[in-house]
Design a protein around this ligand. Sequence first.
Ligand code: ATP
Ligand code: MG
Length: 357
Amino acid sequence: MHPGVLHRRFLNDLSTSLFSFVLPLLPTSEELNVKEEVRGLIEKLIKTLEPSARLLSFGSSCNSFGLRNSDMDLVVLIDDPNATIEPGNFVESMASLLERETNFNVKPLPRARIPILKLELAPSPALPFGIACDIGIENRLAIENTRLLLTYATIDPARVRTLVLFLKVWSKRRRINSPYRGTLSSYGFTLMVLYYLVHVKQPPVLPNLQRIMPMRPMEEEEVMLEGKNVYFFDDVETLRREWSSVNFESVGELLIDFFRFFSHDFQFNNSVLSLRAGQLTKESKGWVNDIDVGGLNEMARDRNRLCIEDPFEVTYNVARTVTKDGLYTIRGEFMRATRILTQRPDRAVLALAELCR
Ligand code: ATP
Ligand code: MG
């Protein structure tokens, strides 16, 4: 058979295999219900401390990139402007309350840079993997970036969700999804995929939601929150009606090209990935590699090896946890993935298994 035909057949096979790969890894509706119940229960308790408090989910439990048994990310928002709440103290009060009233294993981190409360529920028959959850205070930007990610996913769920979910599983199995160990968070990998679909692919698979302006000219295009412009075009109905990509590449083709781009083309040494603005230079952002950090440790020196600008908090490098070794490992994994997928393996399903080994 002609090599072109074989290749086409492999790509079709790869796309089908990617869908079947991620499908069984999605959370069950039972799991989602239990988590929602837990959220509601904790919210009720927290309201006894501060009646105007609400408890919201963010991160993968509501950006549509959630995997089965993933952690819950929760945030307390206080609506009463007259309530005087110091985050560290509130974390401590929540900890003693939840310790008293629930079976959760409670671990407060009130003096961390961002004070949080960690909760764990031991595994049970209904929840074979238990529940792990982090509760933060007043982190409203996290709610907004969760909504941004969800809106991107909604535009083209078949391709966007499949790619992100696969990348998350792959990065976890290959152990390059550990910000505490010098590699990148899921949020960072997700931003890389979206950057690629908005700014690298020509024609783009996704529009830049932070650049589409509302149809109504009167509407304010800057929406400020904590001093940050959190505007993005979030009118999903209009997007569905009026935006359609003329890029028809399959999810398999996009995956291979994603790995190829980050193996060979992206200039990690001097470039910044910005979902908001495309490729920027480290120099223009003042994010240079070997900043003089005096006597500080290796982590600080490594802060800007991989640079991913947060969509709203633009002075913040989401990938600041990635060390020199971490970046070396991540790039090695991109190359390994490219190799596995382009050496014309027979069966896509075997290639995916090998990829995530
Ligand atoms: P997982 O299923 O692996 O937990 P996730 O989609 O919940 O994946 P996380 O990396 O846990 O992704 O991030 C959850 C949320 O926390 C993100 O939506 C973002 O709001 C915030 N977040 C995580 N990491 C960072 C970071 N490095 N900088 C800023 N915000 C972050
Ligand atoms: Mg999470």
